[in-house]
Design a protein around this ligand. Structure first.
Ligand code: ADP
Ligand code: MG
Length: 264
């Protein structure tokens, strides 16, 4: 269980990026952090994995408070999928996924690309879970499409059995069809491994489609917290302001929510 208790982060220059946020996320939940650019989503993720320490309040991960002394350790228990995937282009899909366990392995094994058999089995299983074909295990990541690379990054994030996977705008640079199937893979892998996922998005329709729970932020505060079924049009205005506020975000309430999307 992850608990944020009255967490505030003020950056130098007096920007209150996260403002008195209290939230509890139970294990295994697929939680979407929704909000326009500048709402505080990335800062909240940084607070969860200890990269950012709160100005006030506390973050507690499975009964352990995240602070300056244990932040490195906490980072090993939490995986992060970045928008710029940080894959190693010249290495194969399989080796990129195995690299998700680097910190836990002795250096000689990494240099010799000698990974324990059970790790290799897990990597193959994860690649199957994200919908990548076994026959491609040894393809270089540089030869893959953007959507395939994103799936490799997802598989890598789950490799070390993290307590939480954080995904910061994981589909920002993908087209809608690929975005949907990547989010379906992320959700599927989260459920298969019973791993909590906190995924930030700025697209309302994806949040409605994939989340167990939507936590919407605006100007550092939580303005909605609940299941997608409870998001109404007035709620969306509350999240994004009037339609003049953020012209880049199309606000289209989805009439029927299809929660479980079959893997492509
Ligand atoms: P989001 O991810 O929702 O776009 P961020 O958490 O990146 O939001 O930013 C929230 C606010 O904090 C913004 O006003 C941003 O400019 C500010 N901010 C983010 N990071 C820093 C930083 N390192 N130093 C100063 N201000 C920052
Ligand atoms: Mg961000």
């Amino acid at each position: 269980m992850l608990q944020l208790k009255s967490v505030t982060k003020v950056y130098p220059g007096n920007t209150k990026a996260v403002n008195d946020v209290t939230v509890t996320i139970p294990n295994g939940e697929f939680c979407v952090l929704l909000g326009p650019s500048g709402a505080g989503k990335s800062t909240l993720m940084g607070l969860i994995n200890g990269l950012v320490l709160p100005t006030s309040g506390s973050v507690v991960l499975n009964d352990e408070q995240v602070d300056a002394r244990n932040q490195k350790k906490v980072q090993q228990r939490i995986s992060m999928i970045h928008q710029q995937l940080h894959l190693i282009p010249r290495l194969s899909m399989l080796h990129n996924v195995l690299s998700g366990k680097l910190y836990a392995l002795p250096l000689w094994r990494v240099l010799a690309k000698h990974f324990p058999e059970n790790d290799q089995r897990r990597a193959c299983q994860l690649l199957a879970e994200v919908g990548l074909d076994e026959s491609q295990l040894h393809r270089r990541v540089s030869a893959l499409s953007g959507g395939q690379q994103q799936r490799v990054a997802i598989a890598r994030a789950f490799m070390a059995h993290p307590e939480i996977v954080l995904a910061d705008e994981p589909v920002a640079s993908l087209d809608p069809t690929v975005s949907r199937s990547v989010l379906a893979s992320l959700r599927h892998t989260s459920k298969q491994n019973n791993t909590t996922v906190v995924c930030s998005l700025h697209q309302v329709d994806y949040a409605l489609e994939f989340a167990d729970r939507i936590i919407a932020m605006r100007e550092g505060k939580i303005v909605f917290d609940g299941p997608p079924q409870r998001v109404s049009e007035s709620e969306l205005v509350n999240i994004y302001g009037s339609s003049d506020d953020d012209k880049s975000t199309a606000i289209k309430p989805v009439p029927q929510i299809e929660r479980e999307v079959a893997l492509a």
